[in-house]
Ligand binder design. Structure first.
Ligand SMILES: [Cu+2]
Length: 237
């Protein structure tokens, strides 16, 4: 019985750790930026949300009022704008270059031209997760692009998945057999276990399809290990 509990706890540990780990890492995939060696207009180039962009930094949007975005030859500054998931933001676009630029987001129906030395305002929405790409329709091929992103989504998910694993470790350690051990799991163990499962469910709710496929593969591996452990039970020590 005790060994059954331990094997079950270990199986759950594998499932939970794998599931939470995969959901956080693949969710971060959308916000990953990659350095590239080729230089852009002063700031170096990055792949941002799948688009090659001249990188001029990341900035959080203003909580109240407008967020200023400089359009120049040929970059956006800041290049990545971070805000809360689903937050509506007003951007004040300033063209400080010598040629006309646009601020364009296909998925949000935003397409604003700004003449040299001119200003314009657009309303945009921070995505629920990951990144949404914006670009200048005249100079996208020159790397004039950027993205709206969710603030620290990767860090937050990493913290939550680590927390989930620690909770599962705690309940696993608590379930380890001790000799003699008159009682079975106590209420506190069930509470800790339930908290761990809730955190895992929350973390998995942030995951996309790719993460679920990964989770399914890892869950199958976890179940196989569990079945193997059942076939060859641990000898009582
Ligand atoms: Cu442009």
């Amino acid at each position: 019985m005790k060994q059954g509990v331990v094997i079950l706890a270990c199986g759950l540990l594998v499932l939970a750790a794998a599931g939470c780990g995969s959901s956080s890492s693949s969710s971060s995939g959308g916000t990953t930026t990659e350095e590239s060696s080729s230089g852009g207009s002063g700031g170096g180039q990055k792949t941002i949300a799948g688009v090659n962009a001249n990188d001029h930094g990341t900035k959080a949007v203003e909580d109240n009022g407008k967020t200023e975005v400089e359009l120049d030859d040929y970059y956006f500054e800041p290049t990545v704008l971070e805000g809360k998931p689903g937050e509506k933001v007003t951007l004040e676009l300033k063209n400080e270059g010598k040629t006309v630029h646009s601020f364009t987001i296909d998925s949000e129906g935003v397409d604003q031209d700004v003449q040299p030395g001119d200003e314009a305002e657009v309303s945009v929405t921070i995505p629920k997760s990951g990144m949404v790409s914006f670009y200048c329709k005249f100079h996208k091929s020159s790397g004039m692009a950027g993205a709206l992103a969710v603030t620290g989504s990767f860090v937050w998910l990493a913290v939550v998945s680590t927390l989930a694993r620690m909770i599962v470790y705690a309940v696993t350690i608590a379930a380890l057999p001790r000799a003699p051990r008159p009682r079975r799991l106590r209420t506190v163990h069930h509470v800790i276990g339930a908290a761990g499962i809730l955190v895992c469910v929350w973390a998995m709710a942030q995951a996309d399809t790719k993460a679920w496929v990964t989770l399914a593969a890892l869950a199958a591996a976890g179940l196989a290990l569990y079945a193997l452990a059942r076939l060859r039970p641990v000898r009582a020590g």
